[in-house]
Design a protein around this ligand. Structure first.
Ligand SMILES: Nc1nc2c(ncn2[C@@H]2O[C@H](COP(=O)(O)OP(=O)(O)O)[C@@H](O)[C@H]2O)c(=O)[nH]1
Ligand SMILES: [Mg+2]
Length: 1013
């Protein structure tokens, strides 16, 4: 029950509410209406206080409240059902912009003010009136009284004509009369002399008033010129095509509107243009017309940036085309052009479309068009491309060569970096390199038919390398610590399979090693390695070669333990001896480094399946190598920074550090890229221009004859004479010797003062001698007298003599003549060959030699003929030594005033490792008698002078404290000559160790001299 009563109550309340609502409805609707309006005004006002937007509100009339808002400047009433505006519209005296588009405005006749009231004439501020799509049959007459109008849009109304009243709108700038059914413009339009744009598209215009040419500001005239052509009948059409008539259907005034910017005469059946055209045009389209030849008048349009002359049957482009200096886009498809030489001068061109012509050759200077982004040449007859095409810049993004007769593409095109894709579209346009429909067989279709031009270039590069005509061999000089893996790596490269040297020391490189290698792509290389033992250090510095690539080889495991020092000391050596040297860093023994990562292999195995484990191991190994690479890169950057800070000249480093294993397969990724890099470098004309040189035919017989000469070296004067007989002289002789030096057939170390006068024409034999006479493990050779019959048979030594010789060798690095003979046993045992070898040792500053006595004399027999500084064993126990004794005896008779000292010190940076060895060997070689070599001290007679090198602080690699020499003599004159001699020698050393400073002090002469290089 209760619930029924409650329900009734509710019903009563509802009814009351309903009655109330009914009573209020009339007033309510009005109130709600005005509330809605003010809300709308409020909303539209929200945009900007002066703008009102009532568009698309379904209004049948302008809301009356808005006429009170006299401050508004912009009123949008578009897309409603408004039939007309009330006179109150004129209250909006500030209104500048009125949009009434898409309303059903009524204007039955030219005097009909129902849609726009007469009062609008007072709206002096109104500048823009938009009446587009208002079903107007006439332009409302009120328009003509709004004299301030600058923009009038009456488009899409079938008004049929623009009355002469238009002349009243003197300030009109833009008139849009698109699709209004008008056939012409009134002559009076000339009064609208502010007019800049006139949009007349979509009208059946058949004539234009001549007065248009007086509109000095008119720059845009949108008009469908094809309408003029539609009146041309078939017969006239034929006559126009056959040039029996000159086309006159385009009103000539359009060619003379002074500021016109664009003209689109495409397919207008035109066969002639007036001789002079308006000069202001920037875009002109005359495609698909009946011109008998390219209209010359176009060439005077100097402002033109776009020109379309497609589909005209043009056979040539006039030379005067080059006057179009501003042209950026040229479209000339579907003509009959055979050559386009005049294009190369249009340097502003960005896009050229010459598709479907008969072009068989591009101008050689097309490379001048450095702004070109697209060159489209499909459907032509090109059978070759000029090289200069390849010098178009990186901005060339599209090169369309589809449907030509190309059989090959120049490899230089690889330089066009902008062509980063092939056979692709970007939107509707072709993008990248297009080569389809050409009989290209170089490279074969399977290579060029790609989306990625990089594949084409890589192939072409390989082909270019393979076909490089008679490349001279590229020399690779291997540097690196003893046992770092140089020889094994060189063998892997050369043999194509792993062949590491034996670890028992028998594989140690002695002297130096020269070998040759032809890469897979038949690039020739010469591999040169100096023995890594310190004994050969002075030689190493001489084998560096400005034309070679220096491969610094380091053991990766050692790098991980010791750090970058294993590399940097070689870089320092190079920087000191050969500024600007070209360097490739190669880490080897990659197989030995532990790829241990955060997770051990066991853990991985425990957790995942075997395959996954293998994959994981692989990826962790990769990551480990990557980490290694990163740390190397960082270390290298730091090292270079340091080198630079030490004011050292830069090295030219190859960009990538290769990490390889000499015991691994020859197909390791890094080894392959190393080979690629080497090939690329050796065929690079800029980096290695000397390898591209031709080898004259008379060189080889000359060289063969040289090679047949006995001995180990040929002196310069003799060689000059010899070459002269083969007509090889002066610069050519130098070139020839350099070539054979680069090719490893001889050694001509012309950077060194003393060596440049000798050509070492039997490098293999020399290397063999060096390996034997400078034994790296002398102690192993000098066994018990009775164990080696050589000492008795070949050395003819008694046991006592042998002991004496052995002691001198092991403690002082002095080798007696009998010992030298034993060492050289089996190799050119004749005395003469050995004497020459000793001379070479001296020349190469590897050791100091005294020529052996002709007849063995008692006493002299065991005198040293060869002293090898680096054979010095551990320092002897501190005792009075030969040096000290001699020093005392000599200095006793030597006046204090007769002393001179020389201090050599590196200029603010560590000395290269071989410096001291070079220096001491240089000095040693000139002295006639020596006493002791221990602790790098030497003393000797030199023309009655005494020369001494005393106190080298630290080891030879650290010369930071300098190296002192002292000269003493009883005679000042002698001292001076000794001094001169020393200075001369020091200069010789300085020549190949730039950056070392020298200071001479002579207490006797009181002079101080210094020098630096
Ligand atoms: N595991 C391993 N051993 C190597 C590798 N390269 C060289 N070796 C060994 O390292 C030692 C020195 O190599 P070698 O090529 O003679 O060094 P070189 O003195 O610089 O010429 C020899 O015992 C070689 O077998 C490598 O890549 N991996
Ligand atoms: Mg070696």
């Amino acid at each position: 029950m209760e619930s029924v009563g409650e329900a009734n109550d509710a019903a009563v309340v509802d009814k009351n509410n309903a009655e109330d609502e009914a009573a209020q409805s009339d007033a309510g609707e009005r109130a709600a209406g005005s509330r809605r309006q003010s809300e709308m005004i409020g909303q539209s006002e929200g945009r900007s206080r002066d703008e009102l937007d009532f568009s698309s509100q379904g209004l049948t009339m302008a809301p009356s409240s808005l006429f009170a808002k006299t401050h508004i400047t912009v009123l949008n009433l578009s897309s409603n059902n408004i039939r007309g505006l009330p006179p109150e519209i004129s209250n909006l005296t500030q209104l500048r912009h009125l949009d009434l588009s898409r309303n059903g405005l009524r204007c039955a006749h030219p005097r009909d003010f129902t849609s726009l009231p007469k009062e609008m004439e007072t709206m002096a501020e109104l500048r823009e009136l938009l009446l587009s799509e208002c079903s107007l049959m006439h332009i409302p007459p009120a328009v003509w009284s709004i004299v301030g109008l600058e923009k009038l849009d009456i488009s899409r109304n079938k008004v049929g004509a623009i009355p002469s009243d238009i002349m009243k709108l003197e300030r009109l700038v833009h008139l849009n009369a698109t699709q209004t059914g008008i056939k012409t413009l009134p002559e009076e339009i000339v009064c609208c002399d502010a007019l800049e744009s006139l949009l007349l598209f979509g009208n059946p215009i058949d004539s234009l008033p001549d007065s248009l040419r007086e509109l000095n500001r008119l720059h845009t005239l949108h008009i469908n010129y094809r309408v003029f052509a539609s009146g041309v009948d078939a017969e006239t059409d034929g006559m126009l095509q056959r040039q029996q008539l000159t086309s006159e259907h385009i009103p000539s005034v359009v060619f003379h509107i002074p500021q016109l910017l664009e003209m689109d005469l495409e397919a207008c059946k035109v066969n002639a243009l007036p001789r002079s055209l308006t000069r202001s045009l920037v875009e002109l389209n005359i495609a698909a017309n009946y011109f008998p030849a390219f209209p010359e008048a176009v060439c005077s349009l100097h402002q033109l940036t776009l020109l379309d002359v497609s589909r005209n049957g043009f056979k040539t482009l006039p030379p005067a085309l080059k006057d179009l200096r501003s042209l950026r886009v040229l479209l000339a498809r579907h003509n009959q052009l055979t050559f386009v030489d005049s294009l190369a001068d249009l340097t502003e061109l960005e896009r050229i479309d010459l598709g479907f012509n008969c072009i068989a050759k591009l101008p050689d200077n097309i490379g001048q068009l450095t702004k070109l982004t697209a060159l489209l040449l499909p459907g032509n007859r090109l059978d070759a491309l000029p090289k200069s095409l390849c010098s178009l810049g990186d901005q060339l993004q599209t090169l369309d060569l589809t449907g030509n007769r190309l059989t090959s593409i120049p490899p230089e095109m690889a330089g066009l970096a902008g062509l980063d894709r092939a056979h692709q579209f970007s939107g509707l346009f072709k993008r990248g390199l297009w080569l389809h429909n050409n009989p290209i067989d170089k490279p074969p279709a399977k290579v060029w038919n790609t989306w990625d031009p990089a594949k084409i270039w890589a192939h072409m590069e390989r082909m270019a390398i393979q076909n490089a005509p008679k490349l001279r061999p590229c020399k690779l000089v291997f540097l690196g610590d003893l046992g770092s893996g140089k020889t094994s790596l060189a063998r892997l490269l050369r043999l194509g399979h792993a062949a590491p040297t034996k670890s028992d020391g028998s594989g140690l490189t002695r002297g130096f090693q020269l070998s040759s290698w032809r890469s897979e792509n038949r690039c020739p290389f010469v591999l040169l390695e100096a023995g890594g033992h310190p004994i050969y250090a002075p030689l190493l510095a001489k084998l560096l070669d400005p034309k070679a690539l220096h491969c610094v080889v380091f053991d990766i495991a050692e790098y991980q333990q010791i750090g970058f020092d294993v590399v940097s000391r070689w870089l320092r050596l190079l920087a000191a001896h050969l500024p600007g040297a070209r360097v490739q860093l190669i880490g080897t023994k990659l197989d030995t480094i532990s790829m241990a990562t955060e997770t051990s292999a066991d853990e991985i195995l425990a957790e995942v399946s075997e395959v996954e484990a293998a994959l994981a191991a692989e990826s962790t190994a990769e990551a480990a190598v990557q980490r290694l690479r990163d740390s190397l890169d960082e270390d290298l950057a730091r090292c270079l920074e340091q080198l630079r800070a030490d004011s050292n000249p830069e090295l030219r480093l190859q960009p990538r550090i290769h990490l390889v294993s000499a015991v691994g397969p020859p197909a390791q990724p890094d080894l392959l890229t190393l080979r690629d890099d080497l090939e690329r470098l050796s065929t690079n004309r800029e980096a290695m221009p000397h390898l591209q040189k031709y080898v004259p035919t008379n060189w080889q017989p000359f060289m063969e004859q040289v090679k047949q000469q006995d001995g180990l070296y040929i002196e310069w004067d003799w060689l000059v004479e010899f070459a002269d007989q083969r007509n090889i002289r002066d610069a050519q002789l130098i070139d020839c010797l350099e070539f054979y030096h680069e090719s490893g057939q001889l050694l001509w170390l012309r950077r060194h003062r003393r060596l440049r006068n000798f050509v070492l024409h039997r490098p293999d034999k020399l290397a063999d001698f060096l390996g034997r006479l400078l034994p790296v493990s002398l102690a192993d050779f000098l066994v018990d007298y009775n164990e080696n019959a050589l000492f008795r048979a070949c050395g003819r030594m008694s046991a006592a003599e042998y002991e004496e010789a052995r002691e001198a060798a092991l403690s002082r690095g002095q080798l007696s003549w009998p010992l030298v003979r034993c060492l050289a046993f089996g190799r050119g045992g004749q005395r003469q060959a050995l004497v020459e070898a000793l001379h070479c040792l001296e020349l190469l500053e590897l050791a100091c030699c005294t020529m052996p006595p002709q007849v063995p004399q008692p006493g002299l027999h065991s005198r040293p003929v060869l002293t090898v500084p680096h054979l010095m064993p551990e320092p002897l126990p501190d005792s009075e030594d030969d040096f000290a004794a001699t020093w005392r005896s000599v200095s006793a008779g030597c006046p204090q005033t007769g002393r001179a000292s020389l201090r050599a010190c590196p200029a603010g940076r560590p000395a290269p490792p071989a410096l001291f060895a070079c220096l001491s060997a240089a000095i040693h070689s000139a002295i006639s008698w020596r006493i002791d070599w221990r602790q790098s001290r030497l003393i000797c007679e030199l023309d009655h002078c005494l020369l001494a090198a005393v106190e080298v602080d630290g080891d030879e690699a650290d010369l930071s404290s300098g190296l002192d020499f002292e000269l003493a003599s009883q005679s000042a004159v002698k001292l001076q000559s000794g001094f001169d001699w020393l200075a001369d020698y020091v200069d010789g050393v300085r020549e190949f160790a730039p950056g070392i400073e020298w200071r001479f002090e002579s207490s006797g002469a009181g002079a101080t001299e210094s020098g630096a290089s």
